[in-house]
Write a protein that binds this ligand. Sequence first.
Ligand code: SF4
Ligand code: SF4
Length: 366
Amino acid sequence: MNETGTCMRSFLPSTAVLELTYKCNHACRFCSCPWYGGMIKPGKEMSVDEWKQCITELCEAGITSFAFTGGEMLLKDGWEDIVHHAASLQAYHYEEEDGAIVCKRKRPSLFLLSNGKIMSDRVLDICKMYDANLSMSLPGITTFEQHTCGGTTPEHVLDWFIRAKEKGVRTTAGITVTSENYFELYETVAAALLAGATTILMNRFLPGGRGLTHRELDLTTEQIREFPFTVEKVLAQAGRFGSVGTEFPYCLAHDSRNLKHLSLNTTCGAAKGFFVVGPSGMLRVCNHSPRELVHWKQWNTLMEHPYWRQFIFKDYLPDACKGCTFSGQCDGGCREAAHVCHGSPTAADPALAAYTELPLPRILPN
Ligand code: SF4
Ligand code: SF4
């Protein structure tokens, strides 16, 4: 029950990320899907009917946003049926109206995430029909193919941004920043905006999945600190807005937290803002997480699961951060990147691992 007396449906966060399939038609070196790094053994993928049942139950449990991804979601046989089904449901949206919280029954918010390789007018039409947001990945321009390893071309993806804009579909350009595309970050963001991407979602490269064997893509701490300013510059020139999806340690974000066009987070949203249903139906706290918890049919046992509780109650601050005056507004960086690199969600973020001996907070000198 919230303070206005409105009943919340469950303890689950409002967004479910649905990994429809393990399959992908790119082989991105930066990909963090844990089954590509051998940290999760792929199971039997759920059928279309199982996905529909899962989405119906989660919607009843209060989920208001569904993000469809993979692998590559468009490779899942029957993905259209699954999306149509989600769009046919009535979610419980809690909204403020005249100072009071009211519950409105309406379609869940839908998000489709794709690498763009087999994008089609049909996909755009479905997005348009349900006002779904379409994200496509653009990991560089001249470096696109070296990042995706045999994927499509940047021109192909940019053409689909143009086409989406013509059709009135809202889009997000997902740009993972690595040591190899850092030099053309300005051009990459500009190209996405010029092609009509509605927003930009930046991700700093985090080791995990296939990326664990491509640590040559690691950004330096200097690059992590600087890239938000480059993105802010392009966004400001274009009068547009974007965000950073992979959380920053406050130590590295203290001077970029209040940019006007690019928002970035210093706290981890896993299990609090969203959670993940994997291709076989197993739940995880985050798409970066290699730890499978329970099958979705047992979702109501999550509150007893120690790993879920660790994330819910933020019982994961690295020892090296304890005592920091900023720990109320910072989770010490990405807890799952720490996990995959150093074996525990309480380890140091890989970007800070080399600096744990510095005094708190570890604001590095310019
Ligand atoms: S020392 Fe740790 S908790 Fe403090 S600002 Fe840095 S990363 Fe965050
Ligand atoms: S584990 Fe937390 S900080 Fe890391 S990517 Fe997931 S939500 Fe972000």
